[in-house]
Design a protein around this ligand. Structure first.
Ligand code: NAD
Ligand code: LMR
Length: 331
């Protein structure tokens, strides 16, 4: 039995994400939870001729939805409107994520959890702190989903250099998931990509990756933020994780925002943590049967990237503290 629960399944991300996951034979039960419309979305998806059973769970049925979950994916909460930062969503989404974390602790404490709800830099610490309070926190199993930054990077670099295939060229993106905390390591792209750019081009491309979410928010003009590209990115991450944890596939790598306790064996992670004081950071992670197998070493950064990283670290500290303080003050 591989039960995957989507919390916020009737939303802009939730619906296409559920559709993409319905196509996977690794999932035997797709449980859709939302405070509105979940049974309708579930009835619709349940007619698709793949193996998984689909169930819908309304407002009062969170516990039932979560029971026995292998993996819980969380795109629940409000999205941005033009002029807002992700941090402006904290007020509403922090409480939503806290309540879902409590539901996970009570109903499926061993589940893998993928947090999409913004601001990810703060909602992941909230989730982890709640699990800690219940004594069920496993840092190898909670992931902040920053995959969309990686997906965008691949696409945007291929628009600058048309010989790059965006579907096969992965860019390492570290830091967090908002504006200046998104640090794309373009120096790592093989073939001397960065060397071929002018300083202006490098600045423009870096800024576009950091603020790609704003492009979509602006274009949607009040109707929300990225949903389809996020569903694609969320499904990619979920399926990679399931391939590792269900099928036993080894060696796959994605960037994700994790608690750094996820890999206590890596000396360079320890040194980074001592230097920065950060407990959470997005970095390339290798998956194994238990979730995070290892956090990969940060590659050698260019001086340009080093500066971006220092700016990111300061902002991340504030975002993380805001999440952990919320749990101290509101539970
Ligand atoms: P949406 O408003 O279209 O959908 C959100 C859904 O969550 C709604 O159906 C709503 O009913 C549901 N919901 C609200 N409270 C809930 C609760 N307590 N339990 C279960 N469901 C609940 O929004 P969206 O566009 O799908 O975005 C959802 C979130 O994802 C936002 O916070 C957005 O900022 C974030 N997001 C993150 C990334 C990322 O890269 N991590 C990308 C895009 C969007
Ligand atoms: C994104 O990167 O598209 C999401 O985090 C949504 C947003 O608010 O920009």
């Amino acid at each position: 039995m591989v039960k995957v629960v989507i919390c916020g399944a009737a939303g802009g991300i939730g619906q296409p994400l559920s559709l993409l996951l319905k196509q996977s034979n690794l999932i035997t039960h797709l449980a859709l939870f939302d405070v509105v419309n979940a049974p309708g979305v579930a009835a619709d998806l349940s007619h698709i001729n793949t193996k998984s059973k689909v169930t819908g769970h309304g407002k009062e049925e969170m516990d039932e939805a979560l029971q026995g979950a292998h993996t819980v994916v969380i795109p629940a909460g409000v999205p941005r409107k033009p002029g807002m930062t992700r941090d402006d969503l904290f007020k509403i989404n922090a409480g939503i994520v806290r309540d879902l974390a409590t539901g996970v602790a009570n109903n499926c404490p061993g589940a893998f959890v993928l947090v999409i709800s913004n601001p990810v830099n703060s909602t992941v610490p909230i989730f982890c702190e709640i699990l800690k309070k219940h004594g069920v926190f496993n840092p190898k199993k909670v992931f902040g989903i920053s995959t969309l930054d990686v997906v965008r990077s691949s696409k945007f670099i291929s628009e600058v250099n048309t010989s790059i295939d965006p579907s096969t060229t992965r860019v390492t993106v570290v830091g967090g998931h908002s504006g200046a905390t998104i640090v794309p390591l373009l120096s790592q792209i093989p073939g001397g990509f960065v060397g071929s750019l002018s300083q202006d081009q490098l600045d423009t491309l870096t800024h576009r990756i950091q603020y790609g979410g704003d492009e979509v928010v602006k274009a949607k003009d009040g109707a929300g933020s990225a949903t389809l590209s996020m569903a694609y990115a969320g499904a990619r991450f979920t399926l990679t994780l399931l391939q590792a944890t269900v099928s036993g596939q080894r060696g796959s790598v994605e960037s994700t925002y994790v608690n750094l306790d996820a890999d206590l064996t890596n000396e360079s992670v320890k040194a980074f943590r001592n230097r920065t004081g950060l407990d959470y950071f997005a970095q390339d992670v290798e998956f194994g049967p238990d979730g995070v197998e290892k956090i990969l070493d940060l590659p050698t950064l260019s001086s340009y990237e080093q500066k971006l990283l220092e700016t990111a670290i300061a902002e991340l500290k504030t975002n993380i503290d805001k999440g952990t303080s919320f749990v101290t003050e509101n539970t």
